[in-house]
Design a protein around this ligand. Structure first.
Ligand SMILES: Cc1cc2nc3c(=O)[nH]c(=O)nc-3n(C[C@H](O)[C@H](O)[C@H](O)COP(=O)(O)O)c2cc1C
Length: 270
């Protein structure tokens, strides 16, 4: 991975991948300061309760999460305290993905890990605000050549692949494909590239005029959080091209196929 301070957010979304093998050197104070700044600048329009901390650990043997994958050579981890409601999960995905993309722009790799960390030492001494608990950790650092284990994890998950655009996004009804020249085409394409737990890609969307309705297909406990990550990519693309808009839960959102759940709608105003 190159250190590319001038890399724009679109390039970062296109090039980012999860990194599980790190160089073992840890972050220097300048990198730490830049990541702390990125945490401070991250935000979400969805409310809820989310706290993000950056902490150093000494995990000599690497770390095997209670879900999947193997993290090697990382000393620095983000810790996310997240409330138990939908708004908190959506905000956690939307907000922390901004930090993940910033890290990539700084030449640093990350890997979202969502699991139960009960009984782990990860948040020893951390005071989470009421209602929040540690639900995500994320190593950060310089990427090292992928280990065989990491290659195998990526292969098993099909991490390089994403579902076809026309299986995820629809136009006016839930059968019609989004036209090639539609105003939201690129923002949805960037959403499609987002990372998700087990690469499950639960996000779905329906475009209607200046509005995009977002849904998710429940796949795991992390599906709302995953969709927040995807919506972050969508909104970053909108902003990159100078568009303005806002998110609302609308009562008139079209009723989707049985197993999709409605989350929120985006209305472009400019
Ligand atoms: C919410 C979330 C949780 C994840 N949990 C894990 C995990 O426990 N272990 C792991 O090795 N990777 C984890 N990942 C990484 C995904 O497997 C990865 O994003 C996906 O396979 C797509 O690959 P990419 O990020 O390289 O594009 C997680 C990703 C997300 C977004």
């Amino acid at each position: 991975m190159k250190n590319q301070n001038d890399m724009n957010i679109i390039e970062a979304m296109k090039e980012r991948r999860s990194v599980r093998t790190f160089d073992g050197k840890g972050l220097d104070s300048e990198q730490e300061a830049k990541l702390e700044k990125a945490i401070g600048e991250s935000g979400s329009p969805f409310g809820g309760n989310v706290s993000i901390f950056l902490r150093k650990f000494n995990l000599r043997e690497g770390y095997k999460p209670s879900t999947y994958g193997m993290i090697k050579g990382a000393e620095d981890f983000f810790l996310l305290g997240i409330g138990s409601d939908e708004a908190s999960a959506l905000s956690a995905g939307y907000r922390f993905e901004q930090v993940v993309l910033k890290a990539w722009q700084l030449g640093l790799g990350t890997c979202w890990i969502a699991a139960t960390f009960k009984g782990s030492d990860f948040d020893k001494g951390v005071e989470w605000p009421d209602g929040e608990e540690l639900k995500v950790i994320c190593p950060v650092g310089k990427a090292e050549k992928q280990s065989m284990k990491e290659k195998l994890t990526r292969l098993t998950l099909g991490s390089k692949n994403r579902k076809p655009f026309n299986d995820l996004f629809f136009y006016r009804d839930f059968q019609t494909a989004v036209p090639e020249d539609n105003r939201f085409r690129e923002a949805l394409e960037m959403l499609r590239l987002a990372p998700s737990s087990t690469n499950s890609q639960p996000w779905r969307a329906l475009v209607d005029g200046h509005t995009v309705h977002f849904y998710y297909k429940p796949k795991s406990a992390a599906s709302v959080l995953d969709t927040g990550i995807g919506i972050c990519h969508f909104h970053e693309t909108e902003k990159f091209y100078g568009h303005e808009g806002h998110f609302d839960k609308v009562s008139s959102a079209p009723v989707a196929p049985d197993d999709w759940k409605y989350l929120v709608s985006y209305q472009r105003s400019k």
